[in-house]
Design a binder for this molecule. Sequence first.
Ligand SMILES: [Zn+2]
Length: 168
Amino acid sequence: MFYIDEAGIFSVFRLIGGAEAEELAKKLLEKPGMREDDLATELHTDVKRVRKILHQLSEFSLVTYDIVIDKDLNKRVFRWRIQQEQIQGFVKTQLKRIADRLQQLKKHYESNQLYWCGSAGCRKYTFDEALDKFFKCPGCGGQLMSYDPTELIKMINEKLSEINKLLQ
Ligand SMILES: [Zn+2]
C-alpha cells in the first residue's frame, strides 16, 4: 500500500506553499482544528497572511475547515485541519506523472540517435537538428558528437524502479 509519512506530508506543503506552509502544516498536525487567529499567533505572522496560505492549500485539497459559531464573539470561525487522505492521493498522482515523464524521456533516448557537445549546460540534438547546425553547438560553438545514452538510461531505470517501489 502506498503511504506517505509525516516528513513526506511536510515536503508536499513546502512544495505547494513554501516554508510558511510547512510550519503551518506542523501546527495543524499537532493540533487539528486550529483557528486562523491561533495559527497567526503561533506562526508569528498576521491573520491575513495565514488566510492566504490556507486558501492556497485548500485549492489543492490539502487542508479543509469546519465552520463553528463562537458564542463569546457571536460570529462564525473556521477550524482548519489537514486532509491526510487527499495528500496521499496528491503525492501518488504526482509520482505517476513523474514516472510517465521518465518513460517518455527513456523512449526518446532509446529511439533517437542524439548529438551533443559534451557541455552540461547545452541540450542534445537529433540527427536532423545537428545536420541543420553543421554539427556545431549553437550554445557554445563546440562540436556536436554522437551521444551514448547508456548511462542516462541506466539512471532513468533506477529512478523508475524507486518510484514504482513507492507506488506499490
Ligand atoms: Zn554546447
